[in-house]
Design a protein around this ligand. Structure first.
Ligand code: NI
Length: 169
């Protein structure tokens, strides 16, 4: 099922999320994950966090399609365990459709989380994957990419948001 994506300005996006109790969500998780991936793919996203569908849970899905092939990642209670390098690249967010800005991120990141079956794993990422890890962990802390912008850029982006938000659904 394709779910509505919560947009910037709605409160749930700004609330730090609760840690997932895997045993408590286990039964509902397969359907929830299926819906999250379907919703994300329907708008050509590379990541979607639970608060973006109105759930206050430390859970995100990512698929940056390395080498053009789909690779579904499930991040439950993700934490960034190491990071290095800096990279400035344009970034967007499904909760701010039509809004893009250059954001400085760590270029290399190691992340640990639980997978869809509740098993701990650690994964290193660079480039777009490293950026997605950071963007998703930010979501779970109630943070959006526009929070990383300097004052002047943020003013410009806020005015762009005013223009595009009338097209948001
Ligand atoms: Ni986002």
């Amino acid at each position: 099922m394709i779910l509505r994506i919560i947009k910037h300005g709605e409160k749930v996006l700004r609330q730090p999320c609760e840690k997932v109790d895997y045993a408590a969500v286990k039964k509902d998780l397969p359907r929830l994950l299926r819906d999250m991936f379907q919703t994300m793919y329907s708008v050509r996203g590379v990541g979607l966090a639970a608060p973006q569908i109105g759930l206050n849970l430390r859970l995100s899905v990512i698929d940056v399609k390395p080498e053009g092939k789909s690779r579904r990642l499930v991040l439950i209670n993700p934490e960034i365990v190491s990071k290095s390098g800096k990279l400035v690249q344009e970034e967007g967010c499904l909760s701010l459709p039509g809004v893009y800005a250059e954001v400085e991120r760590w270029s290399h990141v190691a992340m640990k989380a639980l997978d869809a079956r509740g098993r701990p794993y650690e994964m290193t990422g660079e480039g777009l994957l490293a950026r997605a890890f950071q963007h998703e962990v930010d979501h779970l802390n109630g943070k959006l990419f526009i929070d990383h912008l300097d004052f002047i850029t943020k003013l410009k982006v806020m005015s762009a948001i005013k223009d595009v938000r009338k097209n948001w659904t």
